[in-house]
Design a protein around this ligand. Structure first.
Ligand code: NDP
Length: 340
């Protein structure tokens, strides 16, 4: 059973050497009365929150999961096939998505955030992305948190990533004007030429983010879908419209810093009467059926272009996690463990 193991608690910027891959020999058997399941992992989801769990102390207030234990395999979202079950909710052969281990086979006793996959006419890997945590985050953050309406001017940071590229397309489908920022020319081209964004810019090449935003939003921003924080947030605050909304999904530029950067332009929230709301996808799981009703037809009807960045093999797992913080991924970063 090949596994991705955390070497030691991480401080600062994570490195691939903070993890290693071993082949465990323990025989996995579901204990009677455990309500557990044994699964074969197929696809794993490389997500930024994994960094929080690598630290000895999680960020204050972050309560969704416990920190990893050095010497043990990482856990995270994935797609798997049930091989054996002592749980009435699952049976052998079921396909599931949810929390599993970064390993070939996982004993999950008992499963907590594990859901049966009902629709298999789409690629199963989609349940790590557009039909999983990032998709639901994009949906909840955009439709439920940012109060969008047709014609709104929407800005999205980390716009070519798993969450961002979906938010942009939801906003276009609603008839919004949509601009994204991303960290390379290739990503900017993708946003403008393949994903239908009205404008996009490479934040790494703009000397003045405020000027870049003024160029794209001469009349200001109605909705900012926040994925990165830091300097970008500061520049956005200067460009919000009166009664604009900020849906704060994440602030990836801050995750590896010992001390978070200060934000200077917070007073804009007052002057412009901005509604600034953070959210956690875990508060929106009850919307999953409604979300599927919206998103599955978009996928089947070709209304959304979904981008995956797929690497093959658990050995590539550490690199796929670190790559998120270097901007290496284009679209949803997926690690293939096995193709069924
Ligand atoms: P992505 O697929 O967008 O991958 C991360 C991207 O962030 C990178 O590709 C990179 O793109 C960008 N990035 C990395 N470091 C920096 C930096 N220092 N400054 C600016 N951009 C950076 O990840 P996800 O779509 O999965 O996640 C997007 C955000 O949403 C994250 O902040 C994540 O924590 C958050 N999130 C929150 C959830 C919630 O419940 N609130 C649930 C899921 C995700 P680039 O080339 O553009 O720099």
């Amino acid at each position: 059973n090949k596994q991705v193991i955390l070497r030691d608690y991480v401080t600062g910027f994570p490195q691939e050497s903070d993890m290693y891959v071993i082949t465990g020999t323990a025989k996995l058997k579901v204990p009677e009365d455990s309500k557990g399941v044994l699964v074969k992992n197929l696809y794993l989801s490389s997500d930024p929150y994994i960094r929080f769990l690598m630290g000895k102390r999680k960020p204050e207030g972050y309560s969704s999961f416990s920190s990893y234990t050095p010497g043990s395999p990482l856990t995270g979202y994935g797609v798997a096939k049930v091989l054996d079950s002592r749980n009435p909710g699952f049976k052998e052969g079921d396909l599931v998505w949810g929390i599993t281990g970064w390993e070939e086979y996982s004993l999950i006793t008992p499963p907590q955030r594990l859901f049966k996959i009902q629709h298999t006419d789409v690629p199963l890997s989609y349940y790590t992305g557009i039909l999983g945590l990032p998709g639901l985050s994009a949906y909840a953050g955009f439709y439920e948190v940012s109060s969008p309406k047709k014609g709104d001017r929407v800005f999205i940071s980390a716009a070519s990533g798993a969450v961002g590229h979906l938010v942009g397309q939801f906003a276009k489908l609603m008839g919004c004007y949509v601009v994204g920022s991303a960290g390379s020319k290739e990503k900017v081209d993708l946003l403008k030429n393949k994903l239908g964004f009205d404008e996009a810019f490479n934040y790494k090449e703009e000397h003045n983010l405020d000027a870049a935003l003024k160029r794209c939003f001469p009349e200001g921003i109605d909705i900012y879908f926040e994925n990165v924080g830091g300097k970008m947030l500061d520049a956005v605050l200067l460009n919000m419209r009166v009664r604009g909304r900020i849906a704060a999904c994440g602030m990836i530029s801050q995750y590896n810093l010992d001390q978070p950067e200060g934000v200077r332009n917070l007073m804009s929230i007052v002057y412009k009467r901005v509604h600034f709301e953070g959210f956690s996808v875990y508060d929106f799981y009850h919307l999953y059926p409604k979300f599927l009703d919206v998103v599955l037809p978009y996928i089947r009807g070709g209304k959304i272009t979904y981008i995956e960045d797929i690497v093959e093999g658990l050995e590539k797992g550490p690199g796929a996690i670190i790559g998120l913080f270097k901007g290496r991924n284009v679209g949803k970063q997926v690690v293939v463990v096995a193709h069924e």
